[in-house]
Design a protein around this ligand. Structure first.
Ligand code: NAP
Length: 490
C-alpha cells in the first residue's frame, strides 16, 4: 500500500488544459484539507474565468478530430483506463479517503464502481447504431444517424469523487464528445489522478480539460453562455441544479441533472425483518449517509416497528467512527464543518418536533467533523427532518398503518430519486413499482446503483440518466436524413 506522502507527491495539482498541466493564469492555488484531521493535504491550482475559457477553447478545437476517431479506438482508451484505475485502486482509494473522509474499504468499493463505468462504456462505444428504413408510402428512404453532441461541461460533487466523474466522462468518450470538468473544490485530487490515468491510457490532448476552482459560478457561468458548449451535465444539489437549468435556457443547452433525493425506506408487515435491517444499514450508512441515494426516511409498518427499530439500532451502534485510514474505521468524518453542523441542527429540530433519540444524537469532539450514528424513533410525520436531505448517519423512523398510507407518505416530497421497499408479497412489490414516484426502486435491496442500469430521478431529483444503455444517449443527437426513392425510374 502506497504511503500518504508518496501518493500526495504523485497526484498532479495543476489545471489540465489542452493536454498540458499548468498553473492558473493568475497563479492562484487553494487548500485541500483532510476532514478527519482538518490538516492541509495539498494546494491545487485555482482556475480563473480566463482558464475556464482556455479549457473550452481546447475542447472546442479538439471536437472535430475526436468525433472522427474510430469507435473501437475510443473503446480501447476506455478499456485501458479501466485497467489502469483497477491496477492503481489503492491510490484512488487512498486519495478519496484523504480528501473526503470515507473509510478505505468503502473507497475501494467506489474504485470498483467508478472504474466499471469505464469498462461498461468501452463496450457501448462500438454499439452506437442508427437505422435505414423505407417510408410507409414505399418511396423515400429514412436514414437515422447518431452524432456526438459536442463539447460538454461537467460539474461534479464531493461525495463520490471518482464515480461521479467516470459516470459522465466514460459515456462522453464513448460517444465522441470533448469535455471540460470542474470537480468539487473539496475533492479535486481524485479527479486530477483520474485525468493523469486517462492521459496515460491515450486520451488525446484537448478531449478532457480539468479546471478545479474555488469560484464555481464565476468560472462555469461564461461557459454555459458560450455557443460552442453543447451540453451541461451536473451532479449536485437541487438548489444549484435549478439555477444551472435557468442559466442553460439562453442557448437551449442540452442538460442532464443528477440532483438531490429524499429516499423513503419502506418496511411492510410481511417483510423479512433481518433482511430489512441489513438493507437499511446499507441504504443508510453507505458513504456515512453522504449519498443522494441514502435512505432518508424509514417508514415502517406499526406492527413491526419495534422489532425493526431495536435490531437496526443495535447494528447502528456497532459502527466505529474513525479516520478512514484506520483499519477499524467503519464511518469517517462528514466532509466539512458545514455538513456536520447542518446535521446537528436537523437532529435538534427533530427532537423539538417530538422525535426520541434511540442512539447517538450529537457530534463527536474534534479534530475532524465526526457525527455519531444516530437513530430517531417516534418521529412525527410532519417533523421538519423528513423534508430535508440529511446527508449524514441519521435514521428517522416513522410508522404507517397500511399500504395506501405508506405510498402517500413516500410520495409526499418534491424529490423522486430512489425508494427502497421490503416485502415478500409479489403483487405489492409490483404495485409499488407502479405507484411510487421515483426514478429507481430497490425491492428487498438496500443498494441499487449499478453501471449497467439507468441511474437518475424524477420530479426535482433530476433530468436524464447515467449508466446503462441509456447513459450514452445523453451524449448523442439524432440526425435524420431524408433520401429520395433510389428505385424511382422517372
Ligand atoms: P453542490 O453544492 O450543488 O455542489 C455540486 C457541484 O456544483 C460542486 O462542484 C460545486 O462546486 C458546484 N457548484 C456550486 N455552486 C455552483 C454554481 N453557482 N455554478 C456552478 N457550479 C456550482 O452539491 P454538493 O454539496 O457538492 O453535493 C451534494 C448534493 O449532490 C446533494 O444534494 C446530493 O443529493 C447531490 N448528489 C446527487 C447525485 C445524483 O446522482 N442524483 C449524486 C451525488 C450527489 P464547489 O463545491 O467547488 O463550490
Amino acid at each position: 500500500m502506497i504511503s500518504e506522502a508518496e501518493l500526495l507527491e504523485r497526484i498532479p495539482t495543476g489545471l489540465h488544459i489542452d493536454g498540458r498541466w499548468r498553473e492558473a493564469a493568475n497563479g492562484g492555488r487553494f487548500d485541500v484539507t483532510d476532514p478527519a484531521t482538518e490538516l492541509l493535504l495539498a494546494r491545487v491550482a485555482d482556475a480563473s474565468p480566463e482558464d475556464g475559457a482556455a479549457a473550452l477553447d481546447a475542447a472546442a478545437r479538439a471536437q472535430r478530430d475526436w468525433e472522427r476517431t474510430a469507435p473501437r479506438e475510443r473503446a480501447e482508451i476506455l478499456r485501458r483506463a479501466f485497467d489502469l484505475v483497477t491496477a492503481r485502486a489503492d491510490e484512488f482509494a487512498l486519495a478519496m479517503t484523504l480528501e473526503m473522509g470515507k473509510p478505505l474499504a468503502e473507497a475501494r468499493g467506489e474504485v470498483a464502481y467508478g472504474a466499471e463505468f469505464l469498462r461498461w462504456f468501452s463496450e457501448e462505444a462500438p454499439r452506437v447504431a442508427g437505422r435505414y428504413a423505407t417510408a410507409p408510402d414505399g418511396r423515400n428512404r429514412l436514414l437515422v444517424v447518431k452524432r456526438p453532441v459536442g463539447p460538454c461541461l461537467f460539474i461534479t460533487p464531493w461525495n463520490f469523487p471518482l464515480a461521479m466523474a467516470t459516470r459522465k466522462i466514460a459515456p462522453a468518450i464513448a460517444a465522441g464528445c470533448t469535455m471540460v470538468l470542474k470537480p468539487a473544490a473539496l475533492t479535486p485530487l481524485t479527479a486530477l489522478l483520474l485525468t493523469q490515468v486517462l492521459e496515460e491510457a491515450g486520451l488525446p490532448a484537448g478531449v478532457l480539460n480539468v479546471i478545479p476552482t474555488t469560484r464555481a459560478g464565476a468560472v462555469t457561468g461564461p461557459l454555459i453562455k458560450d455557443s460552442r458548449l453543447r451540453k451541461l451535465s451536473f451532479t449536485g444539489s437541487t438548489e444549484v441544479g435549478r439555477r444551472l437549468i435557468a442559466d442553460s435556457a439562453d442557448q437551449v443547452l442540452k442538460v442532464s441533472m443528477e440532483l438531490g433525493g429524499n429516499a423513503p425506506f419502506l418496511v411492510f408487515e410481511d417483510a423479512d425483518i433481518d433482511a430489512a435491517v441489513e438493507g437499511a444499514v446499507l441504504a443508510k450508512m453507505r458513504n456515512g449517509g453522504e449519498a443522494c441515494v441514502a435512505a432518508n426516511r424509514f417508514l415502517v409498518h406499526e406492527s413491526v416497528a419495534e422489532e425493526f427499530s431495536e435490531a437496526f439500532t443495535a447494528r447502528m451502534a456497532a459502527f466505529h467512527p474513525a479516520r478512514g485510514t484506520d483499519p477499524a474505521s467503519t464511518i469517517g468524518p462528514m466532509v466539512d464543518a458545514a455538513t456536520r453542523d447542518k446535521i446537528v441542527s436537523l437532529v435538534d429540530g427533530a427532537v423539538e418536533d417530538g422525535a426520541r433519540i434511540a442512539l447517538g444524537g450529537s457530534a463527536l469532539p474534534g479534530p475532524g467533523y465526526f457525527y455519531r450514528p444516530t437513530v430517531l424513533v417516534d418521529v412525527p410525520a410532519d417533523a421538519r427532518i423528513l423534508d430535508e436531505e440529511i446527508f449524514g448517519p441519521v435514521a428517522p423512523i416513522t410508522t404507517f398503518r397500511d399500504e395506501e398510507q405508506a405510498i402517500r407518505l413516500a410520495n409526499a416530497t418534491p424529490f423522486g430519486l430512489v425508494c427502497f421497499a421490503y416485502t415478500r408479497d409479489l403483487d405489492r412489490a409490483l404495485r409499488l413499482a407502479e405507484d411510487l414516484e421515483t426514478g429507481m426502486l430497490g425491492i428487498n435491496a438496500g443498494v441499487v446503483s449499478n453501471p449497467a442500469a439507468p441511474f437518475g430521478g424524477v420530479k426535482q431529483s433530476g433530468l436524464g440518466r447515467e449508466g446503462g444503455i441509456e447513459g450514452i444517449e445523453e451524449y448523442l443527437e439524432t440526425r435524420y436524413v431524408g433520401i429520395a426513392d433510389p428505385t424511382r425510374k422517372d
